[in-house]
Write a protein that binds this ligand. Structure first.
Ligand SMILES: C[S@@+](CC[C@H](N)C(=O)[O-])C[C@H]1O[C@@H](n2cnc3c(N)ncnc32)[C@H](O)[C@@H]1O
Length: 201
């Protein structure tokens, strides 16, 4: 069990344990009262739960069914009403929905083809050969799920080409800023924030 920001977060087998990157995003949310928020890849639910304190409603998704069970348990444990948890790949669970803020602590580590163990926990960190196999389709589709003045915040590492993500977002019309960064032994981990039709507020 983790105590974080007044919440109790149960950790679960086969689910990503909240780590430095989770707290980096969760402590730097660009969220406003009344926002409609989507968190992709919620794991234990820690970021979605934190966002639910300010948001009007949060939809939190994960491709890992164990994470869905875990996030539902944590929602109950913290008696949160405005958080909905859905299973599925990227934007599939929210096909025709738009949000004010979209969050994703991505699986950003590059790996060799045979490096993963191909279980659900693997999905938490394995970004494929260049570390971008989940980041790229996420970025390619995020604009379709943002309101007019929407914001996207994603976590990634210098090992998976931060500049490429920033350029992709700029090409789609986002103003882009690195809003948090932390250096670790072999990489830098950042929160990239992209703003549609506005600058940072
Ligand atoms: C680094 S973990 C972050 C978990 C949690 N948000 C946190 O910060 O502690 C990445 C999460 O994304 C999920 N994930 C990976 N690929 C996904 C995809 N294509 N669609 C939805 N979720 C995905 C993983 O199952 C994992 O729970």
């Amino acid at each position: 069990m983790i105590e974080y920001s007044g919440m109790h977060i149960k950790t679960c087998k086969n689910v990503y344990n909240p780590a430095e990157d989770s707290f980096m995003l969760s402590n730097n949310l660009l969220i406003k009262k009344g926002d409609f928020v989507l968190e992709i890849g919620t794991g234990t639910g820690i970021i979605g739960l934190n966002a639910s304190k300010t948001a009007l409603k949060v939809v939190a998704t994960d491709i890992n069914p164990y994470a869905i069970k875990c996030a539902i348990a944590n929602k109950k444990l913290n008696d949160v009403k405005n958080l909905e948890i859905r299973n599925g790949n990227l934007f599939n669970p929210v096909l025709n929905e738009k949000f004010d803020l979209v969050l994703f602590n991505t699986p950003y580590l590059p790996s060799e083809k045979d490096e993963g163990v191909d279980d659900h926990l693997d999905d938490a960190w394995n970004g494929g050969i260049n570390g971008r196999e989940v980041i790229d389709p996420f970025l390619d589709n995020v604009k379709n799920h943002l309101n007019n003045k929407g914001t996207v915040q994603l976590v990634q590492s210098s090992l998976s080409d931060i500049e490429k993500s920033c350029q992709k977002l700029k090409k789609m019309g986002f103003n882009v800023q690195i809003t948090a960064r932390e250096r670790f032994f072999f990489e830098e981990v950042v929160v990239i924030s992209g703003f549609l039709n506005k600058s940072i507020d």
